[in-house]
Design a protein around this ligand. Structure first.
Ligand SMILES: [Ca+2]
Ligand SMILES: [Ca+2]
Length: 145
């Protein structure tokens, strides 16, 4: 009984964490031009970044992982575009690509065990909605934690 309650609580807290991630009110915003590795925006782990992407606008971010750990990546998307989320190591080699073919409210989420070092993440617009007013592009939020 206690065990069941505990797992229920864990599921509940995971659900809550997930919602908080997607609807956090405190963000840092991407800074264009960030369309390749050399001009990637620096982000900190456990903080949110928001940006906009569309056809022809790829967004690159770079972060430093301080300790060997399972690192989670969450891209929240609620505006009818299909985004892919890609992870690269410090040598700019692709480690993982999270892609869904679904549009709409489909988030990209994955975890990877990462050694300490520099990593890059890119957000790539793959289709669907091209722009949400007033600014060009389709909004998303990204968290590395
Ligand atoms: Ca952008
Ligand atoms: Ca960009």
């Amino acid at each position: 009984m206690y065990r069941k309650l505990l797992s229920l609580l864990m599921i509940l807290s995971l659900t809550l964490t997930f919602s908080v991630n997607c609807f956090a009110t405190s963000y840092i915003t991407e800074s264009e031009f960030n369309n390749n590795f050399s001009v990637a925006d620096s982000i900190r782990m456990d903080s949110y970044v928001t940006g906009r992407a569309t056809a022809g606008d790829i967004d690159y971010f770079v972060f430093n992982n301080g300790a060997p750990d399972d690192i989670s990546f969450l891209l929240c998307n609620g505006y009818g575009a299909n985004f892919d989320l890609r992870l690269y190591n410090g040598s700019k080699q692709l480690i993982y690509s999270a892609s869904s073919t679904s549009r709409g409210n489909v988030n990209e989420q994955f975890s990877k065990f990462l050694l300490p070092g520099t990593y890059y993440v890119s957000v790539v617009w793959m289709g669907g909605t091209t722009s949400i007013d007033p600014a060009p592009g389709v909004p998303y939020s990204l968290e590395v934690y």
